[in-house]
Design a protein around this ligand. Structure first.
Ligand code: C5P
Length: 240
């Protein structure tokens, strides 16, 4: 996979024209993430627009509901043309299995989008994870446990912090996709992300994809920031 497919730019914008301007300023970028804000602001148009520009789209809506409801939402997400979609692993095995079945049904005769499970949000640290009810675990333990459940259900991979790449790779092998937000080049602000890694270290640990938003979207020169992150990723993989 080329490096520009492995760097996913998070388009967290309140209106599509601002996102479109950023996309236009990044001619090298081929993979974008549409989250709740932009999806709702654009009434779903953002996905169609990006697909019509030939871009890959990670539709990050993080479904978490009863199995029947999530299955319906996943079916619609597939029809939107997204290349990667996600649900929360903490929705449980029945929900993940229903999501997988819905993905397979809706994508019959077309390319199947990857279906990924969110483990623990990278904005949560060990104190937060206890507050939300994982009383006996650190954020990393909880993430690995949720990834185990996801893998057992047949999910294609997980969203996880770069801190968990190593134990996840060891346990789940090379085909289980690891998608990592919480990545910050040394020159950028951490913002609300608590468990961060540099692009080079995340790739060195074995991430398949890294997700980067503000260090690119809020940079004075987004293209220079994008290219510098690609160079850092290349340094981390040593040509792998
Ligand atoms: O701006 P920043 O680089 O922090 O953006 C990271 C993106 O990744 C955000 O769009 C956020 O919603 C998303 N994300 C995350 N942690 C997860 C899953 C998704 O930060 N566990």
């Amino acid at each position: 996979m080329r490096m520009n497919e492995r760097l996913i730019v998070a388009l967290d914008y309140p209106v599509w024209p601002d996102a479109a301007k950023l996309v236009g300023s990044l001619p090298d970028a081929s993979h974008f993430k549409v989250g709740l804000e932009l999806y709702l602001a654009s009434r779903g148009e953002a996905v169609r627009e990006l697909k019509s520009m030939g871009k890959r789209v990670f539709l990050d809506l993080k479904f978490h509901d009863i199995p029947q409801t999530v299955a319906g939402a996943v079916g619609q997400a597939v029809l939107s043309g997204a290349d990667m979609i996600n649900v929360h692993a903490s929705g449980g095995p029945a929900m993940m299995k229903a999501a997988l079945a819905a993905r397979d049904r809706a994508s019959e005769g077309m390319a199947k989008p990857l279906l990924i499970a969110v483990t623990v949000l990278t904005s949560l640290d060990d104190t937060d994870i206890k507050l939300v009810g994982f009383a006996d675990a650190t954020a990393s333990d909880a993430a690995v446990r949720l990834a185990e459940l996801s893998k057992g259900c047949g999910m294609d991979g997980v969203v996880c912090s770069p801190h968990e790449i190593r134990p996840m790779r060891q346990r789940f092998g090379k085909d289980f996709k690891l998608v990592c937000p919480g990545v910050r080049p040394s020159w950028s602000e951490k913002g609300d992300q608590k468990r961060v890694f540099t692009p080079s270290d995340a790739m060195g640990e074995g991430a398949d994809y890294i997700v980067v938003g503000r260090p690119i979207t809020r940079a004075e020169d987004p293209l220079a920031a994008y290219r510098s992150i690609i160079r850092e990723m290349e340094a981390g993989t040593d040509g792998r």
